[in-house]
Write a protein that binds this ligand. Structure first.
Ligand code: NI
Length: 379
């Protein structure tokens, strides 16, 4: 990457960083991406999306999709960079960096369009943070004819120049649960005349902790955390209802299903023991981000020319990229973006992505898109 191109992309990243927009409200961001692509001679395609952009370079089959997310978070920025947020939001997950690198990749791929044997589809995806965007893109037809999809997330625990990859799960399946418990209110001095919501609820919370400890194989892993309880109002009344909520994280699709099944059984059986009514609400959250076993080594090999590729552990965070991988094979990588000892984590108000990581991310898209086009053309 030339110094001039690097400087240009750094400016784009800083501009986008200063103008963050929340999920499904990425109006200015969408307009900016469209205008940037149009200036390159790449026409944004007419997909039915309120926010986000899909465009293509090259023509014919196969089609390889490159995905970057574009939304920000409701966080007040605390960094002191001169391009800090001017809006009531913050790019505290580095999606400004992701979209900049895909714009950079678009620019390079456009100059190499004549040598492309097939199509590279650029997906600037809205609404990753609320896990809706990938579903919107899929519903809009964004995966039609796609043979494979590539994506990544910046990773502040890796240095610029490093890429973390692994076959199989790289980010967790995320479950968001909320359990409502309905007992029968009574005077605290006459619990026998009611159904104790507090005892039911806390017993369920206790019993749930046996699921990971006693039903998940020691060679697999899962996390189940109850994070919020709300029950009762005062010291001498047994309340009629309450709820608790929390999350489950898993790394294997089978373990995921088994833990969900156990969860339902434990909640219902414990409530039945006390005679309380219970209902479970599941949030719309992503499944396991699961890297294709054939494509991942190809992408690892294709990244060695410009990065240090390391075998990474999976993250317990979730990614709606998983929704694409349910439809087509895909590879999701971690691209090093900071690497300092105390680098703030994702979603932190001091979160920072180093500009120096830009060339790696751009190359990741460009080189691996070309490699996957070759792979599918020869199939
Ligand atoms: Ni993110």
């Amino acid at each position: 990457m030339t110094e001039a191109f690097y400087q240009k992309l750094a400016k784009v990243k800083h501009y986008l960083h200063s103008k963050p927009e929340l999920s499904e409200q990425e109006i200015e961001t969408t307009a900016y991406i469209k205008s940037y692509l149009t200036d390159l001679g790449i026409k944004p395609l007419d997909y039915p999306l309120t926010t986000g952009v899909i465009a293509e370079i090259g023509k014919g089959l196969p089609v390889i999709a490159l995905r970057a997310d574009i939304d920000a978070l409701p966080i007040v920025e605390k960094t002191e960079v001169d391009y800090a947020s001017q809006n009531q939001a913050m790019h505290a997950c580095g999606h400004d960096f992701h979209q900049t690198s895909l714009l950079g990749a678009a620019e390079l791929l456009k100059t190499r369009e004549a040598e492309l044997q097939g199509t590279v589809r650029l997906i600037f995806q809205p609404a990753e943070e609320n896990f809706q965007g990938a579903y919107q893109v899929i519903a809009a037809g964004g995966l039609n004819q796609v043979s494979a999809i590539l994506g990544y997330h910046n990773n502040p625990h890796l240095k610029p120049g490093q890429i973390g990859l692994r076959s199989g799960a790289i980010m967790a399946g995320v479950e968001q649960f909320r359990v409502h418990v309905k007992g029968v209110s009574a005077h605290a001095a006459r619990p026998d005349l009611g159904v104790d919501t507090v005892l039911t609820l806390t017993s369920i919370v206790n019993n749930l902790q046996a699921i990971v400890a006693r039903t998940v194989s020691p060679f697999e892993s899962a996390v189940l955390s109850v994070t919020h309880l709300d029950v009762g109002t005062t010291w001498n009344v047994l309340p009629a209802e309450g709820f608790f909520e929390g999350t489950i994280r898993t790394f294997d699709p089978q373990v995921r299903l088994s833990v969900i099944d156990q969860f339902t059984k434990v909640v219902e059986a414990t409530a039945a023991q006390f005679g309380a009514e219970v209902s479970i609400e599941w949030g719309n959250s992503p499944k396991v981000t699961f890297n294709d076993a054939e494509l991942t080594p190809l992408v690892a090999e294709g990244s060695k020319d410009f990065a240090q590729v390391i075998e990474t552990l999976p993250s317990t965070g979730g990614e709606d990229f998983a929704a694409y991988q349910e439809k087509v094979p895909g590879v999701f990588a971690f691209i090093g973006s900071n690497g300092d000892e105390n680098a703030p984590d994702w979603h932190h108000d001091n979160f920072i992505v180093k500009d120096a990581a830009l060339p790696i991310a751009v190359n990741y898209y460009v080189e691996n898109a070309i490699r996957l086009l070759d792979y599918y053309r020869q199939e």
